[in-house]
Design a protein around this ligand. Structure first.
Ligand SMILES: NC(=O)C1=CN([C@@H]2O[C@H](COP(=O)(O)OP(=O)(O)OC[C@H]3O[C@@H](n4cnc5c(N)ncnc54)[C@H](O)[C@@H]3O)[C@@H](O)[C@H]2O)C=CC1
Ligand SMILES: NCC(=O)COP(=O)(O)O
Length: 339
């Protein structure tokens, strides 16, 4: 079992801060191998702009992974359609961005990467480039043929998972079905046990409506869907509290008791998480056969090429990916030992 893991970093939107962050983190040592999937010219140009040293090495998969050496970066090259200008989106590069994600996913499924860490993409410009795209989470769910993934963001002292991800608010209610809620809770519960080593996870579940529907006077989804689904799951032994009003759930008295909060939609849970830990949080896609972590922020076009972007979240995403890859290798090894 190799100690050093091979981690793919997709550099994301070329006009955003992804290239800056990759160059910044590449300045330090890591015990794992880091392979950036991008156009090498993009990193060379951006490093010059940031006045940071970087030596590019083309990656190969025919040797064992070796720890990352400061001020170098291994690159799996993918050619940009148009040269990137920091801060200026170009829909012509949309296919390039999606191609970097495809390579990362397929090489991971083939076992050549131990984990993927993604820098931010710009969802709007990918669509403007003619490719329907709502987010990495949905893209990786589809390409890995996972029936249900779960988006979870984590920071010191708080984990927040979502039942629905990148959906217009008008579509959220219809998407909260007993089947989806059952699958999401099951994936979250399993991942908290397997990936995070929590023996008997306690999950707080938010309602959808204000005051969790106020006994049906402010909405019905709690009574028709959420309560009965949680009751069935509780009967199977899962430790679930809810549906709780979201504004009650996110108070210290409740949070102190839980391992994760499950919210019904993106902006019910993520603003709280980002208020607590923006810059020190990580986004993890749970439930897939491959490991994927990501930053907690977007493309920050206003900061690209300025040297003012904070690389803290990317560092943390690499740390999580590395830990999760080791846990996975350990549990595979233990399973093999017992058979
Ligand atoms: N994982 C991903 O691929 C994500 C992508 N996005 C995408 O990013 C694009 C822009 O989204 P916004 O809502 O503007 O969010 P944003 O996170 O890009 O920017 C929000 C504010 O935070 C600042 N900021 C962001 N990252 C920072 C960093 N590392 N260091 C210092 N300051 C930072 C920006 O300068 C800006 O003032 C959208 O297209 C969105 O879809 C957003 C979140 C995650
Ligand atoms: N707000 C989190 C976010 O939008 C990240 O989405 P994804 O691209 O990781 O699916």
């Amino acid at each position: 079992m190799s100690q050093c893991k091979r981690i793919a970093i997709t550099v994301g939107e070329p006009a955003g801060i992804g290239p800056d962050l990759v160059i910044m983190i590449a300045q330090q040592a890591y015990s794992d191998e880091l392979i950036a999937i991008c156009d090498p010219e993009l990193l060379i140009t951006r490093a010059r702009q940031l006045n940071l040293p970087i030596a590019i090495e083309r990656c190969t998969f025919d040797t064992e992974p070796t720890p990352h050496i400061p001020r170098t970066i291994k690159v799996y090259p993918v050619e940009l359609k148009r040269p990137a200008v920091a801060g200026e989106l170009n829909p012509d590069n949309a296919a390039y961005v999606v191609e970097t994600l495809r390579i990362a996913a397929e090489e991971s499924l083939a076992g050549r990467f131990d984990a993927i860490v993604t820098a931010p993409v710009h969802k709007g410009v990918i669509n403007e480039g003619g490719i329907a795209f709502t987010g990495h989470t949905e893209y990786f769910e589809a390409i890995t043929q996972t029936p249900q993934v779960v988006m979870m963001l984590a920071t010191e002292g708080l984990r927040v998972a979502l039942v629905t991800t990148h959906l217009p608010l008008s579509a959220v209610s219809a998407a909260i079905t007993p089947e989806r809620l059952t699958d999401v809770v099951t994936v979250l519960h399993t991942s908290l046990k397997q990936d995070f080593g929590i023996a008997d996870p306690h999950i707080l579940v938010a309602g959808l409506n204000p005051h969790a529907g106020e006994s049906g006077h402010l909405g019905h989804e709690e009574q028709t869907t959420i309560e009965p689904t949680l009751a069935t799951l509780r009967a199977q032994g899962l430790k679930l509290t809810g549906p709780l009003p979201a504004d009650t759930l996110f108070t210290p008295k409740y949070l102190e008791t839980c391992d994760a909060a499950l919210t019904m939609y993106h902006d019910q849970g993520l603003p709280v998480l980002k208020y607590k830990g923006f810059g020190n949080a990580v986004n993890i896609t749970l439930g897939m056969p491959i490991i994927r972590t990501s930053v907690d922020h977007g493309t920050a076009l206003d900061l690209a090429g300025t040297g003012r972007a904070d690389a803290g979240s990317l560092r943390l995403a690499i740390q999580y990916a590395s830990d999760m890859a080791r846990n996975k290798a350990k549990s595979i090894h233990e399973r093999q030992e017992t058979h």
